[in-house]
Design a binder for this molecule. Structure first.
Ligand code: ZN
Length: 102
């Protein structure tokens, strides 16, 4: 298991904090069904997206193209470790900005 970097930890913390904040602001009734979790999930997701957008942009180390801040993970490494695939040259980049595979 790879260690999470500080940004990933920050995102998790912000997500949890946002979820708790959101729940205290908008939800005062007890949870009775699965749909009652929707506001929590939405609050957490929105905060994670906002956090991702305020993060500094990353650039591809191979072709110097600006990488998208929001991405949909295409494999387990991207989902778990924050890897990114360059949309221009398809280089795989890890969460420290190092080339993993060309
Ligand atoms: Zn590239």
């Amino acid at each position: 298991m790879s260690k999470l970097n500080k940004w990933q930890w920050a995102m998790i913390i912000v997500g949890i904090a946002g979820t708790l904040l959101y729940s205290t602001m908008f939800d005062s009734k007890p949870i009775s069904g699965l749909m009652d979790y929707a506001p929590y999930a939405i609050g957490g997701i929105v905060l994670v997206i906002v956090f991702a957008l305020v993060m500094p942009a990353r650039y591809c180390p191979n072709c110097k193209v600006k990488l998208p801040k929001l991405r949909f993970p295409k494999n387990a490494n991207e989902a778990l470790y924050g890897w990114t695939t360059c949309p221009n040259c398809k280089t795989e980049i890890d969460n420290h900005g190092n080339v993993v595979r060309r």
